[in-house]
Design a protein around this ligand. Sequence first.
Ligand code: SF4
Ligand code: SF4
Length: 241
Amino acid sequence: MLIREELCVGCGQCQPYCPTAAIGFQGMKSVVDQDVCYECGTCLRVGICPVDALAEHPMVYEYPRALRKFFSDPSATHKATGIQGRGTEESKTNDVTGRVKPHEAGIAIEVGRPTLGMGLHDIQKISQALARAGINEIEECNPIHSMIADEATGTLKEELLGERVLSAIIEISVPKERVPVVLQTIKEVAKEVDSVFMLDVFSTLGPNLEIQPDILEMITDAGFNWRPNAKINMGLGRAWE
Ligand code: SF4
Ligand code: SF4
């Protein structure tokens, strides 16, 4: 985002709307720190500026800066997936897609939320740690997949490492017996990640609609507290085998 200096009257009204504090005063005018701004578009969308001084950055749709917008602006559709948002639809609608089978667990690592933001080099720290643990198949429909330069090592394309986004989600699915390795890996690499993240483990329900007890046990054994959540898309499910 940019602020047109010739228009800005320095009222400061836009500043509290920036979730990452990228807007500050420079003299009597507001300016956007271009390194910190992750192009979420919030300041422009709220329409708070009385003189219409906010304007999109000229490179906002140019690679690699465009990644900022695709990962941070909820109204932007990501080119890699064709869907709005940072993850894949499948994680939320496994009852429809059947991506994670009963003998598997889906894992999502959601970095940067809520609103703190993150550098993509932090995603690389996680993808490289997972690759070292033998897990290098990131969900194909996930936007992160198209950012990987080398699946064997989990290395991202170099030009992306300086970019910053609101949040990004690494999604994988593994056989259930691999869950402890994944959790231990995440626990270790968490010490190096310079942001907050949530760790999601998801599975199909058991025959009596119970959460699979062995998965809960693995989570507890790895030293995590689990909190059950469900996303129910009423009327969208269809049977799969
Ligand atoms: S686009 Fe988002 S991150 Fe950038 S200045 Fe506006 S509110 Fe802040
Ligand atoms: S709201 Fe508009 S005029 Fe006021 S500080 Fe922000 S950009 Fe400048």
